[in-house]
Design a protein around this ligand. Structure first.
Ligand code: FES
Ligand SMILES: [Fe+2]
Length: 369
């Protein structure tokens, strides 16, 4: 899409949605069900990194909004994903991350090869019309991008390349290729997943919610740019504060890729962040962090400091998101208005959510009120 077309589209979007989504979108179980279908199953989900699946037979077990999934390296050049659901009576074919030449059901022992084809089914020979060849694990779409492995439960409208178009250029000289997986941190938060997304999409709350992070970034130069599939927040960084000097000089890059993925990129460090709805007022937040030269002593020190600082910032965000959820459920709030100087990212995001609801016929009655 050309830059002019994109700017026109974004201007139109901003014109169309000057007020926030109604509270019901964050509080009703109906919208939870709609969200899982529209925004989780129908979009690419980052599930692993190729460095976690180096050997043939390596397997990773994942659950996305309660849907069991197994990702396997089936040969030197191929990663596959399947529903982790046996075709006999729906048992799991993998329970933990492991390496094995097969996927063996934990219920009655049916055994599949790494392509998902059933190979062994104990005591089934006398069962009329049963043939091994007729049973395969249900496959899931997989795409890899710069080592990151994405899956999709329903076919998305665009490729992973389209989703991330331009990101690698925007973060130069930082490079995805230089990064090695270091650790995962997970949080269960008492708020609707979109509350967490909205909160990520603006730096407006930095001075109030994150005083230490605000010292690291330059609030006056903090900016948001909008792209077809993501918004991009960035700020110069200062290494002059005691608590954050371990990051060094450079730029902080924050990408929010529609609908539920973030990239938090600082010098020598890339952090991915997936947000999954659990129910109408709980979500699961998964951070995976990567560094260049993970094994160097000075990088190990930085990792420990970064973990502590990231956790502190995360706890501040969790606190405000949980408070906002209570506010949305209070009955004393219906819709708010965006700050045009600071909240274009939230506005862009909510426009896309609203448009997806309307496209699927989930017209929100309360919007007319
Ligand atoms: S459910 Fe898998 S073998 Fe029975
Ligand atoms: Fe925040």
């Amino acid at each position: 899409m050309s830059k002019t077309l994109m700017n026109n589209l974004i201007a139109t979007e901003q014109g169309l949605l000057s007020h926030t989504l109604p509270a019901q979108c964050y509080t009703s179980s109906l919208y939870h069900e709609i969200d899982v279908d529209l925004f989780i199953k129908g979009h690419w989900q980052l599930v692993a990194h190729e460095s976690q699946l180096l050997a043939v037979g390596d397997q990773i077990v994942e659950s996305i909004c309660g849907i069991p999934i197994v990702i396997v390296r089936s040969d030197e050049t191929t990663v596959k994903a399947f529903y982790n659901v046996c075709k006999h009576r729906a048992g799991p074919v993998a329970k933990t991350n492991t390496n094995s030449k097969v996927l063996r059901c934990q219920y009655h022992g049916w055994t599949y090869d790494l392509n998902g084809q059933l190979k062994v089914a104990p005591e089934m020979k006398s069962t009329p019309s049963f043939e091994l060849a007729n049973y395969q694990l249900a496959p899931i779409l997989v795409e890899c991008w710069n080592g990151f492995i994405f899956i999709a439960l329903n076919e998305p409208s665009h490729t992973v390349d389209n989703l991330l178009a331009g990101v690698a250029d925007l973060i130069k000289p930082i490079s995805f290729e230089d990064m090695q997986f270091s650790h995962r941190q997970e949080y269960i938060i008492d708020c609707n997943w979109k509350v967490y997304m909205d909160n990520y999409l603006e730096g407006y709350h930095l001075p109030v919610v994150h005083p230490e992070l605000n010292k690291l970034l330059d609030y006056r130069l903090y900016q948001t740019e909008l792209f077809e599939h993501y918004s991009y927040q960035s700020s110069p960084m200062s290494s002059s504060t005691d608590s954050t000097s371990f990051y060094g000089e450079g730029k902080a890059h924050y990408f929010c890729l529609f609908p539920n993925m973030m990239l938090n990129i600082l010098p020598n460090r890339i952090q991915t962040n997936q947000i999954y709805p659990i129910d109408r007022n709980h979500c699961r937040v998964v951070f995976d962090t990567y560094y260049s030269d993970c094994h160097k002593t000075e990088v190990k020190k930085m990792i420990e400091a970064d973990k502590q600082f990231s956790d502190d910032v995360q706890l501040e965000d969790i606190g405000i998101c949980q408070d906002v959820q209570k506010g949305l459920e209070s009955g004393g709030y219906q819709r708010g208005i965006f700050c045009s100087a600071r909240e274009t990212g939230v506005q862009h995001y909510q426009y896309k959510v609203d448009a997806a609801y309307k496209l699927q016929g989930h017209l929100i009655d309360v919007l007319a009120k």
